[in-house]
Design a protein around this ligand. Structure first.
Ligand code: SF4
Ligand code: ZN
Length: 712
């Protein structure tokens, strides 16, 4: 037998033995009826569920799975068969890790790793993955002989936006080397046991179920999905034992190449298992193996600039300077100017720059003004560009930006200021990113930071506010009736091949990130890109919002997978969902209403399902009448399930969501039905999450849904 297959089978058999023993012990200790589950997932033990369709719920379900696992280990001298044995190792790891959660809600509480990754996090990764914001996923495992090697490599991945999952002692090595780690930095410690690598494997596997609509039990479809659509790869550091090798075989079976830093000689498998002993080549080789293209950096700064820093939080005690509308006037404005008013790439600071050597927190007013000219520029694109400022500033290491327009807060950390980050660098970021992303409509771009208090006030009152108001008026007048074009968005097709969003002025994309103006701009920027215009033609049914042209475009965009889509109905041919939706609504039949749940809410809903469970009812481009993913902003729209009676059907929402949209929802309710403070009639988890409690509350409030026609 070859050394390689020998190692794989050795590892798989060892894991099989361990798993069988652990399952027997657990049953002896807790009994076969004891529940077993990972936290916050609708996919049971995801690898087993996806590969076999079996829904493991109790310890008693496990012995049969161990049987399947063992059957995958044939000990045949054949590489394909040996890779299957690698899948057995994955199944074993999944069981061993799940056993940690029996009788322990958070077995990773005292670990430097996070363990199991909940469904909502995977859903939130959908958009950054499809836009290439996260170009790939690295799994870094083992213990480097020299810590600096792995530190440098992980930092490089972070800099490229690649999401890195770490297993083993590399965790301490990387964190010890000063790399910022955590979900928000895209450098994620999973755990120290080799088995914890399963927690990234199930991310890929659940992606297939969530976005790809892969049928549980269809192993071939699963492997095809992970291979073709999940841009992951593995780097191991240091000596590898047979368990690591067999886990690596599992990765290869899923289509993820493995790069090891020891010399495997003739045991390498071209394209799948590769030795790279020179650590300066690890990143390059890994990306090439998976064909991952990383966009060249548009800007160079004294600190890192990468999407991986988008979620970084800067605490007050670590802040050097703060521009904050609570303390000072602030605003940011992109305006469309004539050619002679804009001097290209001019960056000025109008007022005092950030003072050097300050002992105390510095606070300054700030107006960020961006003036652009372009032959193909349109006033509607001002806000599209302006909204990106938030993300771009957040990409800067040591910078936090929240809010928009005249209400924002920017913090620059002491660390980044000390590294030389200054206001003019923010100008370079804006210039570079605008030219990079909007270069086809922006020919010239000039940036000015006003920090003089009087000048900021003057700019705010006389330029920015009137402009915001004018835009709001324009947005308010933008209704589905007022335009003659809708847009498709098929960005999510790289993960959900059968999904297409139809974006209208009153219905944004379900991810919440694509408004009608965004889609229009996307089309203008790349006419053959993901958003295509739909002429509003061939009205079939006004109530449902069904149009021949919409059906035709959607059928086209989904290659025939979806033939009829309505814009306003939850029941009749509802719009499909990819998986990355911000919210989901589902019917609560006993009150003729719907509940709306946002991704962040982890608790129970009165449908008896959590967000994750509701979400698993739809997705992957499938139409599921009664369940529909949608954006947060859609809830206050007059078109929200208007075919079923509209927002008056909403009976329950998590409190945070309700509070967030209350002002807009109440306004819509008043305009449509004359109802005052409609959100007071909507139940939430602080009132009741059980059917009786909700009914009692709605009855007491006289909620309109109770007297409406049956919803189904
Ligand atoms: Fe994906 Fe739809 Fe958002 Fe486009 S609008 S990115 S298809 S969810
Ligand atoms: Zn999506």
């Amino acid at each position: 037998m070859s050394v390689l297959t020998d190692l794989i089978y050795g590892g798989s058999n060892a894991v099989a033995g361990l798993t069988e023993g652990a399952v027997n012990d657990a049953i002896a200790k807790y009994g076969a009826d004891k529940a077993i589950a990972y936290p916050d997932t609708a996919y049971f033990l995801p690898t087993i569920y996806a590969a076999t369709g079996v829904k493991v719920k109790t310890l008693g379900d496990l012995p049969a799975c161990v049987g399947v696992l063992k059957s995958l280990i044939t000990n045949e001298e054949d590489l394909g068969a040996a890779l299957n044995a690698g899948l057995a190792t994955a199944v074993g790891a999944e069981i061993l890790e799940a056993l940690k959660y029996v009788d322990n809600a958070d077995p990773y509480a005292n670990e430097s790793g996070i363990g199991f990754v909940p469904d909502p996090i995977i859903r939130s990764l959908g958009v950054p993955l499809v836009t290439g914001d996260i170009p790939g996923v690295a799994v870094v495992l083992g213990k480097a002989d020299n810590a600096e090697d792995v530190v440098k490599i992980v930092r490089d991945y972070q800099d490229k936006g690649i999401m890195t999952f770490m297993v083993g002692d590399v965790i301490e090595q990387v964190i010890g080397g000063g790399v910022k780690a955590g979900l928000e930095f895209r450098v994620i410690p999973l755990g120290h046991d080799v088995t914890s690598v399963i927690h990234v494997v199930t991310v890929a596997i659940r992606a297939a179920l969530i976005f790809g609509a892969v049928e549980p039990g269809n192993l071939a479809a699963l492997l095809q999905y992970t291979k073709e659509r999940v841009p992951a790869f593995v780097n191991t550091f240091g000596a590898i034992d047979n368990v690591v090798v067999s886990a690596g075989a599992g990765a290869i079976a899923l289509g993820f190449p493995v790069v090891v830093d020891i010399d495997l000689g003739e045991n390498q498998v071209p394209g799948a298992l590769v030795s790279v002993t020179d650590h300066d080549e690890t990143v390059k080789t890994s990306l090439e193996l998976r064909n991952i293209k990383v966009k060249a950096k548009a800007v160079s700064l004294p600190v890192s600039f990468a999407a991986a820093f988008e979620g970084e939080i800067i605490r007050k005690k670590d802040t050097y300077v703060e521009f904050d509308s609570d303390h000072n006037p602030t605003c940011e404005l992109v305006s469309f100017k004539s050619a002679d008013e804009v001097e290209d790439h001019k960056i000025t600071i109008d007022g005092p720059d950030i003072p050097e050597g300050a002992e105390e927190l510095v606070r300054l007013p700030l107006a960020t003004t961006v003036e652009v000219y372009g032959a193909k520029m349109q006033p509607d694109f001002e806000s599209v560009i302006e909204r990106k400022i938030h993300a771009w500033f957040n990409y800067i290491e040591g910078v936090m930006h929240t809010g928009q327009r005249n209400l924002f807060r920017i913090r620059i950390s002491k660390e980044s200021f000390a590294k030389g980050l200054r206001l003019k660098d923010f100008g370079e970021v804006l210039y570079a990113m605008i030219m990079d992303e909007f270069g086809s409509v922006v020919d010239k771009c000039e940036i000015r930071f006003i920090t003089d208090l009087d000048k900021v006030n003057d700019f705010l009152d006389n330029v920015a506010m009137p402009r915001y108001r004018a835009r709001d008026d324009r947005l308010a007048s933008l209704t589905d009736e007022s335009v003659d074009t809708f847009y498709t968005c098929i960005l999510c097709q790289s993960f959900a091949p059968a999904h297409c969003c139809v974006v209208t002025p009153e219905r944004l994309g379900l991810c919440g990130a694509v408004s009608w103006l965004d889609a229009k701009a996307t089309y203008e920027l790349s006419p053959t890109g993901p958003s295509q215009p739909i002429p509003k033609e061939g009205l079939i049914d006004e109530r449902l919002g069904s149009y021949e042209a919409v059906n035709k475009m959607v059928a086209n965009a989904t290659h025939g997978a979806v033939e009829n889509v309505t814009l306003y109905s939850l029941i009749e041919d509802p719009m499909t969902s990819c998986g990355c939706f911000e919210c989901i609504c589902g019917i609560m039949p006993e009150v003729n209403g719907v509940v709306v749940v946002n991704r962040e809410y982890a608790g129970m809903t009165p449908t008896g399902m959590t967000f994750g469970e509701l979400a698993s009812m739809t997705g992957g481009g499938v139409q599921t009448p009664g369940f529909m993913g949608h954006g947060r902003h859609f809830i206050a729209s007059k078109k929200f399930i208007s075919a079923e009676g509209g927002i008056e059907r909403i009976v329950w929402m998590p409190k945070e969501l309700k509070d967030d949209i209350a002002a807009r929802l109440n306004k819509t309710a008043k305009e449509m039905f004359g109802t005052e403070n409609f959100t007071d009639m909507i139940c939430d988890e602080t009132i009741a999450t059980d059917s009786e409690g909700v009914i009692a509350f709605l009855t007491e409030k006289g909620h309109p849904a109770l007297n409406m026609d049956p919803i189904m």
